[in-house]
Design a binder for this molecule. Structure first.
Ligand SMILES: Nc1ncnc2c1ncn2[C@@H]1O[C@H](COP(=O)(O)OP(=O)(O)OP(=O)(O)O)[C@@H](O)[C@H]1O
Ligand SMILES: [Mg+2]
Length: 375
């Protein structure tokens, strides 16, 4: 069944909701040679937006070569170089002269090249003698890309990962190359806001003030509502206006969860969708997550678990150290509250959204949050 509510990656403009302003800004930046830092909470739609941008560029500016690099799984500079080379190979058109030249360049590094048995994509294994050699190779790769007389947009997703590398000089190293390149425009993308901000907005760090910030919030209510009504409608399903309001409220317009709920409702096959159908899909999703939620409980201390429940019951808490909150949920002292909040954020279970005036805490996984609420 062709479910129009995608829950992975990006498919087409038609199945992508809004983000018009952010898209226009990214188009301006990438065609105007301004590097961008793209930040949002997890699962809000950063990767989707990059792929949406690339789709637009491939139509509007076919002269621009786009490369997408996800470094989430990288552990060190070796991995970074290998993944960058692989991303470029994937991005360049088969049989193009660019790809031929890139392969000549890469072969000079004497890598072992193998092919993934499932996807058929090339995998590189490069061996180095010294740290200096690695840096030299990375520089060579950037210089190669930069010298092709083709404008390139290079998105590096999960960029905060470089902070976990054993190499201490990654930022200085990368900043040098990004400064030297003339034909490459960068998009640095990440969900750990405090790390990304420290990389790009701390005046003592190499990347300070070198990029324009784009922050991805929630899709506006009315836009998301129209999108949902239309996608159901085009496929001969009707959905009550109030039921859509409920979908958007229950999922807090957190893109992944809204998409997932709509996907599930669609899969359930009902043609006239009302409140009851939506609620039974919500129950189904919480039920599906239960095994994982129980695992979390095993992983956490009793205090952490209780703190998580407290946040879930409130939905969103900005004053975790207020006397009322501490008393209501028997949390203890303000310093205990801060400690629990920090460790749960570190584990990725809580999200802290900092605005000018305050920090708001929510349980990151919306379905988990609703499940906890009922305990
Ligand atoms: N504008 C949109 N319209 C419809 N679906 C979207 C939109 N943006 C993202 N999605 C979908 O929402 C889900 C989450 O988006 P995505 O993976 O892009 O988020 P992310 O911010 O990159 O998350 P992470 O921080 O975990 O990498 C995906 O399934 C994606 O297909
Ligand atoms: Mg992503």
């Amino acid at each position: 069944m062709d479910n129009p509510f995608i829950i992975k990656s990006y498919e087409s403009k038609e199945l992508f909701c809004d983000r018009e302003e952010e898209l226009q800004q990214l188009l301006r930046n990438t065609t105007g040679h301004t590097d961008t830092t793209l930040i949002s909470q997890r699962r809000m739609g950063k990767t989707g937006l990059i792929l949406r941008l690339y789709d637009e560029l491939s139509n509007e500016r076919p002269d621009i070569q786009t490369i997408y690099l996800d470094i989430f799984a990288s552990r060190n500079l070796d991995d970074f170089i290998k993944m960058l080379a692989e991303a470029a190979i994937r991005a360049f058109r088969p049989k193009s002269s660019l790809l031929d030249k890139l392969m000549v360049f890469i072969k000079a590094l004497r890598p072992q090249i193998s092919f993934d048995p499932i996807t058929g994509e090339p995998q590189l294994q490069i061996s180095y003698q010294t740290a200096h050699e690695k840096e030299y190779t990375l520089r060579g790769l950037f210089e190669f890309l930069d010298s092709q007389n083709t404008p390139i947009v290079l998105a590096i997703d999960e960029f905060q990962q470089i902070r976990k590398y054993p190499e201490q000089n990654m930022e200085a190293l990368l900043r040098t190359y990004t400064q030297l390149t003339k034909n490459i425009t960068f998009i640095f993308c990440g969900s750990k806001r405090h790390i990304m901000t420290d990389i790009f907005a701390n005046e003592r760090k190499p990347f300070y003030s070198s990029t324009a910030f784009v922050s991805l919030g929630k899709i506006p209510f009315e836009k998301y509502k129209d999108f949902i009504v239309n996608l159901f409608g085009q496929r001969k399903r009707s959905v009550d206006s109030g039921a859509v309001d409920f979908i958007l409220e229950w999922t807090r317009r957190h893109t992944y969860y809204t998409q997932q709920l709509c996907h599930t409702i669609y899969d359930n096959g009902v043609t006239n969708i009302g409140h009851d159908e939506v609620k039974s899909s919500c129950a189904q999703l919480m039920q599906q997550g239960e095994a994982v939620y129980l695992q979390y409980r095993q992983m956490l201390t009793v205090k952490q678990w209780n703190f998580l429940i407290a946040i879930a019951k409130e939905g969103c808490v900005s004053q975790i150290t207020s006397a009322e909150f501490l008393r209501k949920y028997r949390i203890g002292t303000p310093s205990t509250a801060r400690k629990q909040a920090d460790s749960l954020c570190e584990k990725g279970l809580l999200n802290a959204e900092t605005t000018l005036h305050r920090t708001e805490y929510t349980v990151n996984d919306v379905f988990f949050s609703h499940w906890l609420e009922r305990l």
